[in-house]
Design a protein around this ligand. Structure first.
Ligand SMILES: C[S@@+](CC[C@H](N)C(=O)[O-])C[C@H]1O[C@@H](n2cnc3c(N)ncnc32)[C@H](O)[C@@H]1O
Length: 363
């Protein structure tokens, strides 16, 4: 911890512990809107596999496959060389796998394999290590292993077996790998381009100390694979730096549900503590409410706290999730049909079924 403090001290930051949140990143100086709080390279990262991407720069054009492992792509020799130290070991390991099994090597599996390989290379001093760039930080990451349900545990155990098969290191145990998968789920970040399209996943040691707020004072963006945390408002000395882990343009109920399911905590940020208050209901209604329209009621239907369905905030009517889903798909179908008959320039839609959706929503 002391070494970590020294590493962030010069950047005007400090690591602390909060009883209700665990570790957190604090400021030791003022940061102003737009100012960079922190820049960091990934400890490990991988491109996603929705389209083939270069392992070095995540470009998706003019790619060539690694002829040995047949899993990894590069845009040219510069990227291939820059990745070679790590990929050399990964390539040997992947090449040992039967062709069919190689298809099961997802980005998450690769990220874990790379985590172990990087640790090995640093331990053997083939790659330099520093406080903010060494596997030691992985030990301190929260795993929430105890909060996982059986289905998730079984999945992580299966993924751990595949990693074990790829690495073929008798000394690492399956439980440790499974726990590390749980750590990645809570601590790794999706690397996006400037239009917020996901490109890959990376683990950033200091960034993973930053806690969530639905009213964050900072934003995490990416310049290539480098992470950049910038202030979005004046952050005074001694304040906690916070970013948004999830899409915050959702109702309080939806945000709370997502945070609980993915990160296992109940958010108590300034927006969340207003749950159920008049302004919160108005805001949630604008973000994702449906109009009730039952017997002329003009209230908004919002997700109820038990997630059984949607309750009208004016007349109290409960509509099940299935009912809302059905009506939304009926409206979407009519809307699509209407749009087909209208001129391409016109997006007006007059269809109406007693339940009006203000913004696209999920169930
Ligand atoms: C990426 S880590 C953040 C650093 C973490 N606090 C630690 O001790 O390493 C994410 C985890 O931190 C905790 N966390 C993050 N934001 C929180 C918040 N606003 N309130 C409570 N816990 C939070 C949750 O346990 C979450 O799964």
């Amino acid at each position: 911890m002391e070494e970590l403090q020294n590493a962030v001290k010069d950047g005007g930051l400090a690591v602390s512990n909060l009883p209700e949140k665990g570790r957190c990143l604090l400021t030791t100086k003022n940061f102003y809107p737009g100012e960079v709080i922190l820049r960091q390279e990934p400890y490990v990262c991988v491109p996603n596999n929705t389209v083939s991407r270069c392992d070095g720069c995540f470009a998706s054009e003019s790619l060539k496959k690694c002829s040995a492992c047949q899993v990894v792509w590069y845009c040219g020799s510069t990227c291939q060389k820059s990745e070679w130290k790590l990929h050399r070991l990964e390539c040997i390991a992947l090449s040992r796998l039967e062709k069919e099994k190689r298809k099961a090597v997802t980005p998450s599996i690769r990220l874990m394999v790379r985590l172990y390989l990087r640790r090995k290379l640093q331990n053997e001093m083939f790659i330099p290590a520093s406080v903010t760039d060494s596997c030691n930080f992985v030990e301190a990451l929260v795993s929430h292993l105890k909060d996982l349900d059986e289905k998730q545990l079984v999945l992580y155990a299966q993924m751990a077996s595949l990693v074990h098969l790829i690495l073929q290191w008798p000394e690492i145990n399956l439980k440790e790998i499974a726990e590390n998968f749980s750590k990645l789920a809570c601590n790794a970040h999706t690397i996006c381009d400037c239009e917020l399209r996901p490109l890959g996943t990376g683990l950033y040691p200091i960034v993973s100390i930053i806690n969530h707020s639905c009213l964050p004072n900072a934003v995490l963006i990416f310049e290539g694979k480098s992470s950049v945390v910038r202030a979005v408002e004046h952050i005074p000395e001694g304040a906690e730096v916070s970013i948004a882990y999830i899409d915050i343009a959702g109702s309080t109920m939806t945000r709370q549900k997502t945070l609980k399911e993915q990160y296992f905590f109940t958010c108590t940020c300034p927006r969340c503590i207003k749950a159920g208050q008049y302004n919160d209901i108005q805001e949630s209604a604008i973000l994702e409410g449906y109009r009730c329209k039952d017997d002329g009621c003009n209230g908004f239907l919002l997700r109820d706290s038990d997630d059984k369905g949607f309750i009208c905030q004016t007349c109290g009517l409960l509509r099940s999730k299935e009912e809302v889903k059905r009506i939304v798909s009926e409206i979407t179908a009519i809307s699509d049909k209407e749009l087909k008959y209208k001129s391409p320039g016109s997006i007006l839609f007059n269809g109406y079924m007693g339940l009006l959706h203000t913004f696209p929503l999920l169930c």
